[in-house]
Design a protein. Sequence first.
Length: 309
Amino acid sequence: MSRARTRLVTAVLASALALSALPAASAYAAPAAGASASGRYHQQAETIRQIPLQGAVNVRDLGGYRTWTGGRVRQGLVYRSDALGKLTPADVTTVSGLGLKKVVDFRIPLELRYDGADRLPAGLTATSRPVSDLGLYATLLGAISSGDPAAQEQMLGGGRAEAYMRDIYRTFVTSPENRAQFAATLREIADGGQDPLLFHCTSGKDRTGWMGYVLLRALAVPEDTATSDYLASNAFRAAYDAQVRAGLEQSGRMQNPDLLIPLQEVRQDYLDAATAQLDADYGSFYGYLTDGLGLDLRTLAKLRTRMVR
């Protein structure tokens, strides 16, 4: 990219982000919780590009979205997903076809210990880049293993699960360690030497959802569209999560497995908790990128040039 073009992209990026000049125009309607991925998203094939796998349900190409500047996010460069530890041999073959050069795993050690490492094509090893879940995974294990309906209600009922989720989202912004993990991933995407790149956590919806939201916003994808991509996890995960709840009830480990729903879903108010914290700490999304994540304008311009056509 020429020096003149770099200066132009940098100037446009700075003014757009500083003024929050993102029009309220969504590329598609946000899915209702429990909507079926098949059918519901068939007509949205140009917008949401799911990678169908048997051992993971929330694997998507983040490309294809239009930006408010008139561009489109390139396909085949960045993917988001849930954990890849249960991939079948056929799944691994499909993932191999993506040509991935880097996989970033936001899970903490406890999650890896219980769920296992990713199953990846030969020669590819995930980079561990843990982002704190404020002990959610351990809390969830404790609630389920107790088998005590009263204890489970005490842990998760009465709005406590929802409050827990909002606290987790706030730490995406407030924790220096978490910010460092997200920033490192964005820098790698901007540099382009390790793409195609995939990032994931356990369910591919919270830490991964925030990373996807931040990336899309940084690329000048309209805020409503980035939000819709975040909320789409509910549709892709609905059937699997319902099976998990049914299994827990049938096994007798949970009398009221619906207590888990706030933990299984993504919700607008969870995202709002993070963006409100972002505004409080840094004044704007632009401030979060530059002051919070430490990304300079040249890096942001490289990210836009690399990812948008």
